[in-house]
Design a protein around this ligand. Structure first.
Ligand code: 3H9
Length: 728
């Protein structure tokens, strides 16, 4: 039974019961409509309470039912809302857990709202590419005013109950059972007038210049959410609440959502939504997985190394209220690390404070303890090593700690690409060793690549994946290979960016094209931010540049393949990026963040092309995008082929959450599917034939096969490979 109804004296309680989150599927809508009509007609009922089973009010329309253009046909939430609002008997929403999207819209049509203190409310439709289209954009501004409503709707913000009370969204916040409190309130208001409680009948109050306000909001949203259509549609819909009568406003919501669906963005964002949830459902070829391996509970941890990454990881653990011992090798670095962690925690506490939430670390370090003594970590459940990327150093540390730690403790290494098996091999418990690749800043970035080595046990995977979730991360299980998934795909992308400079582009041409595509940052801005010396050091270690390059090697060739030495040349000149005040761009000062195109680079590139007799040509944005993205996608197919990622969805989750890929384009593999695999294949193939010295352009076996079998849907790609090479 999707909806149940029982009576408590004169109050009828209607409960939505549709696990896991009481989403409003077609069946739920039908049942809710029916139960509500019956209750409202029943003469023994004098008031109605609406609630959800299992401690959740409702997470909105059932996204699983959204199907491209049929989105609106399956949902009749506003029919229910209209009925509720016009009911002559008082209706009270009892909000526990979540009232999101259509769930909050349902609550807004009730005459009163009671929320449990731990509940959250919000209209997060924008995050899945649509807008609240069951009256949310019309009722919320009438209740809390335009600026507050617009902020919630355009950002899709989750609002905690206490803030919802301050804003006037809920009438009562209770610490005890919200349903009992709602029934109590319903009894009290029986027979009282309801006219000013029907939001659709109220005027939108404002004392601002509406034209200017919405113009500014649009301008800001076009910059902040560049390329995304849903935030703009949200603004238009809220504007309609001021300009149009309520029912025309509802019509506007419908028109806007229908036009959003034609952009393809909602489909991409909903795909991203479900891919993120599926990433947690890891399964090994042995059949062991998320649903049959229980994680160990991690209560105590240690982090070794308090550089940038270590500080962020300590902050993350502390935020999640997990006890952490932070370890450094000398007093100076320990104090520097401690100061940085305190400052990060203060910022986090301030953020929580603004959201009306308290934190355990508001007045100090919460569960963090700093030490130089390795002996102190002997009893922790899990260690995360976060020293700099040096295999020798990491092995030394793992050898040492595996002797100190209790036998069942887990050993994690935060590395962006080193071999997990080599690190595990020096310990006395390789089955408990795993990679945790955090992204910088680790206390903010949501992505976590969990890297399984060949010895790693299922329980180690389960524990680390579960810890990732506790830290609020999107954890994705990947296999062990140089650079894992995200960075391995990035390598040919950055290489292409270098070739584009040789072929005639300036850095800003490449960055502009990719930022226009929707990336948060183009490759050259990204390198300037990260520091060009990072890649330079790694290329020196690999013998691609520096003293280890054999004499007589052509400047633009390594092992017979094309090589672009420009980044190395900039590093030799000390142009390390932002920290040096110059890199691919120039900056206003050392550590400055405002990049300006540098005439010096233009001259340098001209001379470079002349020296190497490169005939440059005009390269348009389409060519830039295709050249950079198709090699990245091709690397994604190779990763699937090698069994390093479980699915194309996992790759997309990695790119959406760690590499600034625009979510409204779904992720690189989804983009390939929507662009057409044949087009990607043919372009790569043509380019590879013209440039046989760029192996990353050679279409992979999987891509070729998928084209040959007629481009099956993305969900079926992996089945084309069978169990070939599964490293997971
Ligand atoms: C809408 O309402 C449109 C309206 O304006 C009307 C337009 C006409 N539908 O995230 P979790 C599933 S649009 C279907 O892991 P948590 C989810 O897939 C909707 N399924 O848990 C997962 O399933 P599974 C607006 C949904 O505790 C399971 O629930 N609402 C929906 O970390 C648990 O999810 C939203 O955008 C749904 N609406 O977080 C809210 N929601 O177990 C979206 C969740 O099979 N949802 N599922 O993998 C959320 O933000 C989070 O899921 C929530 C729980 C905060 C609710």
């Amino acid at each position: 039974m999707e909806v149940t109804r029982y009576q408590s004296h004169a109050v009828s309680v209607i409960e939505i019961n549709h696990p896991p989150v009481n989403a409003l599927s077609s069946l739920v809508c039908q049942a809710l409509f029916k139960e509500f009509v019956e209750a409202s007609k029943d003469p023994s009922v004098e008031a109605i309470v609406l609630c959800g089973a299992n401690g959740k009010f409702c997470a909105g329309a059932d996204i699983r039912e959204f199907k491209s253009t049929s989105l609106m046909k399956t949902i009749s939430i506003e029919d229910i809302n209209g009925n509720i609002e016009s009911c002559k008997k008082p209706v009270v929403a009892a909000i526990e857990g979540v009232a999101l999207g259509g769930g909050l819209e349902l609550a807004l049509s009730c005459h009163y709202r009671v929320a449990h203190i731990k509940a959250i409310v919000g209209l997060p439709e924008v995050l899945i590419g649509i807008l609240p289209a069951a009256g949310g954009t019309q009722r919320l501004p009438r209740l809390i005013g335009i600026p507050a409503a617009l902020d919630m709707i355009v950002r899709g913000r989750h609002v905690p109950a206490t803030e919802a009370f301050q804003l006037g969204i809920v009438d009562q916040v209770v610490q005890t059972n919200a349903i009992d409190a709602a029934v109590h309130l319903a009894r009290e208001i029986i027979g009282k007038p309801l006219d000013n409680r029907r939001l659709s009948t109220l005027p939108v109050q404002y004392n601002i210049n509406i034209e200017d306000f919405f113009d500014n909001a649009l301008k800001k949203a076009k910059i902040q959410f560049f390329g995304a259509q849903a935030p703009l549609a949200c603004i238009e819909a809220v504007k309609a609440s001021v300009e149009l009568p309520f029912y025309q406003g509802l019509k506007k919501e419908q028109e806007l959502i229908a036009s959003l669906v034609t952009t393809g963005q909602p489909q991409a964002q909903q795909y991203a939504f479900f891919s993120e949830r599926n990433a947690g459902k890891w399964t090994l070829p042995s059949g062991e997985g998320w649903d049959n391996v229980s994680p160990k509970i991690i209560k105590t941890t240690a982090v070794i190394g308090l550089g940038t990454m270590g500080r962020g990881i300590v902050t993350s653990l502390s935020k999640a209220n997990i006890s952490v011992i932070a370890l450094e090798q000398d007093e100076k670095q320990l104090n520097q690390g401690k100061k940085a962690v305190i400052s990060l925690l203060e910022k986090e506490a301030e953020k929580l404070n603004k959201q009306g939430k308290s934190s355990s670390f508001a007045n100090g370090l919460g569960p963090v303890h700093f030490t130089l003594d390795f002996g102190e970590i002997r009893n922790v459940d899990l260690v995360i090593e976060a020293v700099y990327e040096n295999m020798g150093l990491k092995k030394k540390i793992f050898q040492k700690i595996s002797k100190i730690l209790k036998p069942d403790a887990f050993l994690c290494t935060n590395t962006s690409g080193l071999d997990i098996d080599e690190i595990a091999s020096v310990t006395n418990r390789p089955q408990n060793v795993i990679g945790m690749h955090f992204f910088s800043p680790a206390n903010i970035m949501r992505l976590l690549e969990v890297v399984r080595g060949c010895y790693t046990s299922p329980i180690t995977i389960a524990t680390t994946m579960s810890l990732g979730k506790t830290l609020g991360k999107v954890a994705v299980l990947v296999g062990n290979c140089p650079l894992f998934v995200g960075n391995r795909m990035l390598l040919p992308y950055v290489e292409q960016a270098g070739y584009l400079l040789e072929d005639g582009c300036n850095p800003e041409d490449v960055d502009n094209a990719l930022e226009h595509f929707g990336f948060a940052m183009g490759p050259f801005c990204m390198m300037d931010l990260a520091g060009l010396d990072v890649g330079w050091r790694s290329r020196m270690e690999k013998g691609l540049t520096g003293d280890r390059v054999p004499t007589g090697t052509p400047a633009r060739q390594r092992q017979g393949n094309r090589y672009c030495p420009i980044a190395d040349m900039l590093c030799e000149l000390g142009r390390f990026g932002q920290k040096a005040g110059m890199g691919w761009y120039k900056y206003e000062k050392l550590g400055g963040r405002k990049a300006s195109p540098d005439p010096w680079i233009r001259d340098f590139l001209e001379k470079y092309r002349n020296t190497h007799q490169i005939k440059s040509h005009v390269i348009n944005s389409e060519e830039i995008i295709q050249r950079c993205l198709y090699v990245l996608i091709n690397a994604g197919f190779k990763i699937l082929e090698d069994g390093i990622a479980t699915s194309p969805e996992d790759i997309d989750v990695i790119y959406n959450n760690g590499y600034g890929w625009p979510k409204y384009r779904g992720g690189p593999m989804y983009y390939a599917a929507t662009t057409g695999l044949a087009k990607v294949y043919e372009t790569l193939d043509r380019n590879y034939k013209a440039n046989p010295d760029i192996p990353s352009m050679k279409p992979t076996f999987l891509l070729r096969k998928l084209v040959a079998v007629g481009e099956p849907p993305l969900k079926e790609w992996k089945t084309q490979l069978g169990n070939l090479n599964n490293k997971l």
